[in-house]
Design a protein around this ligand. Structure first.
Ligand SMILES: Nc1ncnc2c1ncn2[C@@H]1O[C@H](COP(=O)(O)OP(=O)(O)O)[C@@H](O)[C@H]1O
Ligand SMILES: [Mg+2]
Length: 230
């Protein structure tokens, strides 16, 4: 069953007098439980595509369907709710809150999202701290962690709300290659154990190889799947 459908999605940005066509007719169907890489060089439209999937931005034309709902028909309020309940985000620059420790960073989305008791929150936070292997760093602040550890915190934070889809925009771009591979392997093992759908972007061939499926984009268009041209 597909959780995401993009049908002829186009997105253009006005830059002064010029129009930049960031996406030029992208149609993609993504199934539940996929571990999918959006691959392409810088400027090819990866972030724009992920922003459409994450309801952070809306297409200029075309249709985005997530979990059966046409998100083009939702109000801003509904979109915000949709984002909070259905989607987890992982960023290239980690985006952790510097004054909060590991536990508090992971707990944060549960505080804004849902009416859980403290005990229920604690159980979820501890489960994901263990899952990403940070049991011995619970009280540390982000600036006391390595890049790989920071990204592990971000992965736990994205997962703790039990989203339908986790979106990661170049999650390994600020990590050395060995740490980057281990981060993708961690995401992959979580994908296999709990079937969370992961969609991540990368321009790194080593990272692409870890995906179960690769969609290649270039100049705002899908140019191939898993090495085959379209
Ligand atoms: N907010 C924006 N305003 C203007 N142009 C943009 C904006 N976001 C992206 N673009 C342009 O759209 C194209 C695709 O960008 P992007 O999706 O960021 O690519 P990637 O993530 O693959 O590097 C680029 O030419 C970029 O300059
Ligand atoms: Mg980008």
């Amino acid at each position: 069953m597909s959780v995401v459908e993009l049908a002829d999605v186009r997105k253009s940005y006005k830059l002064g007098d010029t129009v930049v066509e960031a996406l030029r007719g992208v149609s993609v169907s993504i199934d539940k439980g996929e571990f999918l890489a959006i691959a392409g060089p810088s400027g090819s439209g990866k972030s724009t595509l992920l922003n459409m999937l994450g309801c952070i931005d809306v297409p200029s034309s075309g249709r985005v369907t997530i979990d059966g709902a046409d998100v083009g028909g939702l109000s801003d309020r509904e979109l915000t709710r949709y984002r909070r309940t259905k989607i987890g985000f992982i960023f290239q620059s980690f985006n952790l809150i510097p004054v909060l420790d590991v536990y508090e960073n992971i707990e944060f989305p549960l505080l804004v999202k849902s009416k859980l008791t403290r005990k229920e929150r604690e159980a979820l936070v501890m489960r994901f701290i263990e899952e990403v292997g940070l049991d011995d760093r619970i009280k540390n602040k982000p600036n006391e962690l390595s890049g790989g550890q920071r990204q592990r915190v971000a992965i736990a934070r994205a997962l703790v709300t039990r989203p339908l889809i986790v979106l990661a925009d170049e999650p390994t771009a600020n990590l050395d290659s060995g740490t980057g591979i281990r981060i993708v392997e961690l995401m992959r093992s979580i994908n296999e154990s709990d079937k969370t759908t992961f969609i991540f972007s990368t321009h790194d061939a080593h990272i692409m190889r870890e995906a179960k499926r690769v969609i290649n984009v270039l100049d705002g268009k899908v140019v191939g799947y898993d090495g085959a041209e379209v």
